[in-house]
Design a binder for this molecule. Structure first.
Ligand code: CP
Length: 313
């Protein structure tokens, strides 16, 4: 199979051409089917080393990269940053150079600073995958979201996707906006003015400050976590007030199409941005499928980047 992915690293969705996005989704779909069949493909990354370097907490992304690497036969190391020499003052670049000197092939990096994975990519010979950097991007999250939508709706083009809540601090929102607009979906961002970035309109999305208007006839409702840890004080009222105006419940969801799907990248704040009854409704919520597709997407990304390593060897 020819793989339409020309880059050494995966640092962002912005700028990635639609055929490369579609190619990654097609390959991920084949891994989703393989995973459901219970088979593995342990030859592809045999002899390769993948290091998970997470400077911020993670449940889904780190675990699914570990699973993806192991299913493809890689040696996988999860580096605990808290107990590493970072705690003694070692810099990000020195840490990465040290791992690189151990002939690491694939470096999966999550960092609180936007641009940190791109900086590392200039300094190491390993292929670098951005697993979320500051408020910038979370490219594999957008790919897994797109794969989930495509499986449920059969396409991305022409769909109306409402991304709701804390857009300002969300790397998930940014990557999704770039991917979905590139694939000709109609994207709306919905939230209080304090949580919508000034550049939203430039990104080719429609801006709504009212949930019922923003969700009207939407095919996909994507809720985001309120990221209080990145927030200056006073941007939002209490969690209770936020839920009243911006939290997804049955009454607000009724504005969307009757077959609209509900997504959330996790971790969820139940009762803040989403009502438990919606999050747990198997007729509407695809949150579990998003997690499942995360493994398939990360297998596809490791696949194409390892083939690029071979080409560049
Ligand atoms: N969606 C996501 O990135 O989840 P984690 O923070 O658990 O990896």
């Amino acid at each position: 199979m020819s793989l339409p992915y020309p880059h050494r690293h995966l640092l962002a969705i912005e700028g990635l051409e639609p055929p490369y996005i579609a190619g990654l989704l097609d390959l991920a779909e084949s891994y989703a089917l393989l995973n459901r069949s219970g088979k593995t493909q342990r030859d592809l990354l045999r002899g390769r080393t993948l290091i998970n370097l997470f400077f911020e907490d993670s449940t889904r992304t780190r675990t699914s990269f570990e699973l993806a690497g192991k299913r493809l036969g890689a040696d996988v190391i999860n580096m605990s940053v808290a107990t590493s020499s970072v705690s003694k003052g070692e810099t990000l670049l020195d840490t990465a150079a040290t791992l690189n000197a151990m002939n690491c092939d694939l470096l999966v990096v999550r960092h609180g600073q936007s641009g940190a994975p791109a900086l590392l990519a200039q300094k190491v010979s390993a292929a670098v995958i951005n697993a979320g950097d500051g408020t910038h991007e979370h490219p594999t999250q957008a790919l897994l979201d797109a794969l989930t939508i495509r499986r449920r709706k059969g396409r991305l083009e022409g769909l109306t996707v409402a991304i709701c809540g804390d857009i300002l601090h969300s790397r998930v929102a940014r990557s999704n906006i770039h991917l979905l607009t590139a694939m000709n979906a109609r994207v709306r961002v919905v939230g209080p003015p304090t949580l919508i970035p000034a550049e939203a309109a430039r990104l080719g999305v429609e801006v709504f400050h009212d949930m019922r208007s923003g969700l009207r006839d939407a095919d996909v409702v994507m809720m985001l976590r309120l990221q209080r840890e990145r927030m200056a004080a006073g941007l939002v009222p209490s969690s209770r007030e936020f839920f009243r105006f911006w939290g997804l419940d049955a009454e607000k969801l009724a504005a969307a199409k009757p077959d609209a799907i509900v997504m959330h990248p996790g971790p969820m704040n139940r009762g803040v941005e989403i009502d438990s009854a919606i999050a747990d409704d198997p007729a509407r919520s695809v949150i579990g499928e998003q997690v499942e597709m995360g493994v398939a997407v990360r297998m596809a990304v490791l696949d194409v980047l390892s083939r690029q390593l071979l080409r560049n060897a």
